[in-house]
Each structure stands twice: as C-alpha cells, then as structure tokens.
Design a protein around this ligand. Structure first.
Ligand code: 13P
Ligand code: SF4
Length: 309
C-alpha cells in the first residue's frame, strides 16, 4: 500500500512530513505534523530530520528552506503556488515600499522569498495582532499582501497601516447569499471565518481567526453546529477533534460545489508525495544571499511571537 511505502521511505531517509490543514485528508493522516502556517514554520526551524517534505504550497516550502538551509526541502508538486503570494510581485512591491519611506514593512508569510527580503517583520494569521501591537501606536506601517486581512487588522487595532491590495482567490469567493441561506437553515450555527475573507463575510462572523484559532474555537465552544468560511480541508481536523459536532463548509459563489477548495493546495497527492520521497525531487533551492536576507524578518516574527505569547 502506498501509505506503508511512504512510511518506509520516511524512515530510510530520516524525513519529516509537514502538512497544512488545507491538504487532502489522506495527506493530513500520514503527516508527522499538521498545522497552520506558523506551526509549519516552527517545526521546520526545529526539526532534526535530514529531509523536510512540505505538503502545502510553495511559499511554505520556501520558508522551511530559509529556516533550515542545511536540510533538503521538497514540495510534492512544484506548481502548488498561491494566488495571494502571486498578487504581490517583487518589482512592483519594491516601488511601493520606496513610495512610503520611513515605513516598517510587515508581510504576511504568504509571500515569495523575494518579498520577504523587502520585509522588516513577517507575520502569520496566528500572530499578526500581537506583532502589529508591538509597534508604537503612531508607527508608520505597511501591511502586505492581503487587503482583507489588512483592513481587518486596521479595524481591530485602530491602526492605519498602508495596505498592498492583494487577495486570496479562495477566501475572496465565499458567497454572502449562500452563507445567509445556510444561517437561515441552521439558526443555531456559528459562523467561523478566516481573516482573508472579504469584509462582508467578516462582519457576519461569530469568530474570526487563523486556521488553528478556528479549530481551537470549535473545540472550546459549547455550540454544536458551525459554518466554516475558510478552505474546506480544515473540516477534516475539526471533525476529528469534535466527532459529535456538525461542520458545514461555507460555499463559494462561482460553483455548484458545496465547499471551497484551494486548487493549489489540492495539487499534492499521496502518489506525488511518494514519488517525491523516492526520487528526491522536486526540491527547493534558494541562493545563500536570499536565505540570509529572508531569514531575518521570519526570525524576528518567531522571536516576537514567542515573547508576546
Ligand atoms: P494560516 O495557516 O495562517 O491560518 O493561513 C491560511 C492560509 O492562507 C494558508 O494558505
Ligand atoms: Fe494561497 Fe489562498 Fe490557497 Fe492559502 S488558500 S494557499 S492563501 S491561494
């Protein structure tokens, strides 16, 4: 069976498999660690494995390489990109930063290494509020690349961060009408939303947070039914941790499908994971200068989020 073969290769190669919550259930089940972007970065920085396989998207594997440059880092499908990361091209962003002198640049981890090089401190959805609040109230800040997330953080912190106007195609396409219909059908359901969703969805939400925060909320809440507005892969772990609760994926507006999947995340499959471990490809390579420069804002985030925890 392919699962046994993957487990065997993992031992032979002293490899660790890190998976994001948005991966297919079969991949989450075989991974050594399953978590959000912040957890994946921490595990990548701390592992003593020789090989790291990141079952997620390209910027996650790149971050793992930046944090563990002596390790070999693989991504089962090199086409697993991210529309949010792609919405912030480095040349245009360098110009944007130049137009805002004296600003500190805060970038969400969903960016390429080239953007991290232009960044002062990286954040994830798990620590953004703490990191932003660690700056003086009048500090001049740029937040990139997600406009929805930036607007939300501005609204809860009272900041006026200058925002890069990027977005994630998955979180932007939730249907307000279909969510309202679901709320009518399930009047007791709580709406859980990721901050990459549009403002019209966030104002309706009962709880807003990163994937791990949404998961923890679903565990602690006494409520029995939840409508979940983030990539539907998270429902696997929610259901596993809460077997008696009901989780309904919030539907997108552009399809007949009831759940909203990230086509990039879903490019990774068990077969590709097996091939990748066996053939040791596709591998992430970055030049030393980029690793050194991109590591600084990520380490700053890890230090700050540990200190501020
Ligand atoms: P988190 O893992 O930080 O919740 O972010 C979700 C995401 O957009 C990953 O692509
Ligand atoms: Fe990128 Fe959105 Fe997919 Fe996350 S869900 S990897 S932000 S495209």
């Amino acid at each position: 069976m392919i699962v046994d073969k993957i487990k065997q290769l993992k031992v032979e190669k002293n490899a660790v498999i890190l998976a994001h919550y948005y991966q297919d259930s079969a991949i989450q089940d075989i991974a050594d660690y399953v978590g959000d972007s912040l957890a994946l970065a921490r595990w990548a920085a701390e592992t003593d494995a020789d090989v790291i396989v990141v079952c997620g998207v390209h910027f996650m594997a790149e971050t793992a390489k930046i944090l563990s440059p002596s390790k070999r880092v693989f991504l089962p499908d090199m086409n697993a990109g991210c529309s949010l990361a792609d919405s912030c091209p480095p040349e245009a962003f360098a110009e944007f930063v130049k137009q805002h002198p004296d600003h500190t640049v805060i970038s969400y981890i969903n960016t390429s290494a080239a953007i991290k090089v232009l960044t002062d401190v990286v954040v994830t959805s798990s620590n953004v509020r703490q990191v932003v609040n660690s700056f003086p109230p009048k500090a001049k800040l740029i937040f990139a690349p997600d406009r929805n997330f930036g607007n939300y953080i501005n609204s809860i912190t009272g900041r006026r961060m200058v925002l890069w106007k990027g977005a994630c195609h998955v979180h932007e396409r939730f249907s307000l009408e279909k969510i309202l219909e679901l709320k009518k059908e399930h009047p007791d359901a709580l709406l859980l939303a990721h901050p990459e969703c549009k403002g019209v969805i966030l104002v309706l939400a009962d709880y807003i947070g990163s994937t791990s925060a949404l998961l923890n909320y679903s565990i602690k809440s006494k409520n029995q039914v939840f409508i979940v507005a983030t990539e539907s892969g998270i429902l696997h772990e929610m259901q596993e941790k809460n077997p008696n609760k009901t989780f309904i994926p919030a539907p997108p507006n552009d399809s007949t499908c009831a759940c909203n999947e990230c086509n990039f995340m879903k490019l990774n499959t068990l077969e590709k994971l097996y091939d990748c471990l066996k053939n040791e490809t596709p591998e992430i390579f970055l030049d030393e200068k980029t690793i050194e420069a991109a590591a600084k804002p990520i380490h700053r985030m890890l230090e700050l989020s540990t200190k501020l925890r």
